[in-house]
Write a protein of this length. Sequence first.
Length: 376
Amino acid sequence: MKIVLFANTDWYLYNFRRSLALALHGAGHEVLLLSPPGPYGAKLRALGLRWEVVPMQRSSLNPLREAMLIWYLWRLLRRERPALVHGFTIKCAVYGSLAARAAGVPGRVNAVAGMGYVFISNSLKARILRPLVRGLLRLALGGRGARLILQNPDDVHLFEQAGLIDPAQVRLIRGSGVDCARFVARAARAEDAPMRVLLATRLLWDKGVAEYVAAARRLRQEGRAVRFLLAGDPDPGNPAAVPEAQVRQWVDEGVVEWLGHVDDMPALLSSVDAVVLPSYREGLPRSLIEAAACALPLVTTDVPGCREVVSDDVDGLLVPVRDAHALGDAIASLQDDPALAARLGAAARQKALHCFDEGHVIRATLAVYGEVSEFS
């Protein structure tokens, strides 16, 4: 088959769907990757994959520009004649599916990782957009030859309850998968070394960055020997982006150490003692799964997506959302009880191996492709 993978950044395609694209390519399928321009497109091409730029602005709300984008996608799909289009994130799912239906593409698969800014935020802009996005989702995601991949049972329930799609067309696949052979258990660290805690995420407020900083400030004020690391870049295309100036202010204050974007996550994870993610909602957080594969203790919020990775006091610790004090207490408990940290980390790795290895995810995704290929 010819298969199109469409995402809102080339970074996403490279970091989250590279293995899927290579598996398809290796199996003899023709693969076309689509995204806005970016530095990772060249890396995708260096792997022997075909990547093309689409004129998409993630944060655009200009009706004319958005209509032109759908028209551009329709022309591209009419030219390419793929058997299947797979869109990632809500905007790509909606626009890719609308264009694919109009172009006569028989198979449409969409993967929505979390509900996104429009459904998470309580801002006026998000509330105004919500009914429109719901309507577009109903129009785009249904129909003959369509499947929707969701990453956690909470999102499955939410989509079904909202009547956005026929439940028979929904498939649950937990995340985009992690190569557990690359992420291995770290070596034991010296007992007298400061504890190193990591939050690795896009710098968005709804990832719990403010709560992480507040917990760090409190524990440092208490005199604890803990270093708080922050890995990731600001995301100006997202309305919930943390301004870079704010991050630099925290660094100047000495609360966190900002690493920026990190390419070598296995090396970074091997250097830390715990990983936290105080997110408000997730699809299925890859950063937690990578840390789990490294047998690191995890602290995250008791919200959809995160609680799919962590069971409280089994393979990590769950804390209430938007609760910086509880987050700080959980981090302190790991520092005070090394045996607890080791037990949670070992259980986390076993769960990653059995549930989240990319081999499982790729096989499940190919099975969905097989379902829709009958319509081509």
